[in-house]
Design a protein around this ligand. Sequence first.
Ligand code: APR
Ligand code: PHB
Length: 403
Amino acid sequence: MRTQVGIIGAGPAGLMLSHLLHRQGIESVVLEAHTRQYVEQRVRAGVLEQNTTELLIETGVGARLQKEGLVHRGIELSFAGERHRIDFQDLIGRSITVYGQQEVIKDLIAARVTAGGQIYFEARGISLEGLDGPTPAIRFEADGERRELHCDFIAGCDGSHGISRASIPEGALQTFERIYPFAWLGILAEAPPASEEIIYTYHERGFALFSMRSPQITRLYLQCAPDEDIALWPDERIWQELHTRMGTRDGWRPSEGPILQKGVTGVRSLVTEPMQYGRLFLAGDSAHIVPPTGAKGMNLAIADVRVLAKGLAAFYASGSRKLLDEYSTTCLSRVWKVQRFSWWMTSMLHRCDTGDGFDHRRQLAELDYVTSSRAAAASLAENYVGLPMEGTTPRANTCEIVR
Ligand code: APR
Ligand code: PHB
């Protein structure tokens, strides 16, 4: 088998890359370890930066997003029993859209399938060959047959546990990591969201996050231990803890409902440099992981493949490797800014007990500053809705584009 770009992984990075390449007349094949049903049902993040929303709409995969996505013009920060609004619209004239990652996945898979794109689900035993030569190849097994896919380039979009990064010889990459001493316990509840906007809460007992997926479904998270045993969290204990941390003096608290799904998500920062080895390009979680507090994982994955698609399009149009050679540098400049923002949100909002009360007071002061200084609030807003993409000028807000 032969294709121009072999893509490992059908997450947001891999599928979006395949979609963008197709629009430039470049052929690709996507290899995914799991079934279509599995990747379409997997519950992950759900906040789209305005950049991401615009890209989905402009490239023809935004119809359902425009109908079902919830446009948010701000978020709330809650601490010391009070909620404070950060008004993105007022501060920077842009907004975000709440739309589940698995919905983006469904839309992208549907678009690829309709366009006759090749996606091998349940691809097993993937190995990469000849990455530092001119004709790399991917060996894999699908539909009970061993296959070999010859490519011009390979995109490693297989997430944090994939084989792409692991296929690069030791010593060719550097990794920078920060482990945090906590994780998130997340639930999906069948309850109409009690607030129209996302609420980030800092509480003495730890961080809590209120989000949603639809007018019927609430998504909630609690800071917990990194090795938290979910079996110790019966539904009743989860609700009680959510109410304790999130309840504000005006009587607000999240509405309860049957818990549909429960899980523990790690909190980690990791960056791999460079994001390229020979003809293999890493994109998304295979190259970097951000703590979920800034809601950046999916947006960063999409930003990477946008740069990669542009580089590949230039290569096939003119033979120029300039943009491809700059891929890693271009992406890393954004990655580190996003990493900084996610780290900052994380350290402002989580309880990290050093015992002497210094951090607790510093965090309360930081929250007080962010919610009372227009300059500080605007900085949060600008990062949250998404820094401008390389070579683009920020546009009017999503509300006008989506509705
Ligand atoms: N072979 C083939 N596919 C693989 C392999 C492998 N060896 N290992 C992993 N995969 C697949 C996974 O099953 C998954 O579908 O690669 C895909 C990677 O997708 P994501 O993990 O979603 O990563 P990415 O596309 O970079 O998107 C990053 O996803 O997990 C969230 O928080 C993350 O929001 C961020 C976003
Ligand atoms: C979510 O809705 O799942 C969500 C929202 C904001 C975050 C992380 C996750 O920072």
